[in-house]
Design a protein around this ligand. Structure first.
Ligand code: SF4
Length: 213
């Protein structure tokens, strides 16, 4: 028996029975079925905390009124407005700076104050933080997600938007950012920032990802 056999979860189920509380379809390893009463009670209570509740209510409101009608950009603007955000932070990759400038223009046109920190902020040389020589490619300076987060924290932004931070750098950004943060663009240099593309085509063009003979 492999670890995969003994460690089953939602990705092994695919029944989505939890969507409509269809208990007869819950598998024996079902995470809903096996959640403790205490866990569920604590989760419900946490959603009743003021800020969390506001996020959930506003998200439900947007979904119920505009499902499949608004783009991500429009939904983000609406969410920010409904949450009462005045100042928006943009943590952008320099490669996405053009798109971030456009996003800022749109946000400003909707009355928001916008402040952005790009990933190369601080201009720190890769050698200064011990990046081995053989990995120094695509420019001398590091992406600096920690400083990006600290600057946006100091600016006391009401809502932050991530624009195309690299895999890994985004981990550190999320670790250090203090304010509420949503993602607009995830970087995928190969697919034009559409990481779902290889998933959609894993039965054909991206079959290689499954490591099958
Ligand atoms: S919570 Fe249960 S029913 Fe829902 S996807 Fe996970 S295993 Fe399946």
């Amino acid at each position: 028996m492999t670890t995969q056999d003994t460690c089953r979860s939602c990705i092994d189920c695919g029944r989505k029975a939890c969507q409509k509380s269809n208990e007869s379809l819950y598998p024996e390893y079902c995470l809903t079925k096996n959640a403790s009463k205490e866990q569920l009670t604590q989760t419900r209570e946490t959603y009743m905390e003021e800020y969390n509740n506001e996020v959930m209510v506003q998200t439900a409101k947007i979904q119920s009124k505009y499902y499949e009608k608004l783009t991500r950009v429009e939904e983000t603007i609406l969410f920010a407005k409904e949450m009462g955000a005045k100042k928006i932070g943009i943590a952008t990759c320099t490669a996405l700076l053009k798109e971030s400038i456009t996003l800022a223009k749109i946000l400003r046109a909707h009355g928001f104050q916008v402040f952005s920190a790009c990933c190369k902020v601080g201009a720190i040389d890769k050698r200064e933080i011990g990046i081995p020589e053989q990995y120094i490619k695509h420019g001398p300076n590091i992406c600096n997600p920690i400083l990006q987060a600290q600057i946006l924290n100091e600016e006391k932004t009401d809502l932050n938007i991530v624009m195309g931070l690299c895999v890994g750098h985004d981990v550190l950004f999320h670790q250090y950012i203090e304010g509420p943060t949503t993602t607009m663009v995830v970087k995928d240099r190969v697919t034009g920032h559409n990481p779902a593309a290889p998933l959609y085509t894993s039965h054909s063009f991206y079959k290689k990802l499954l490591n099958e003979e």
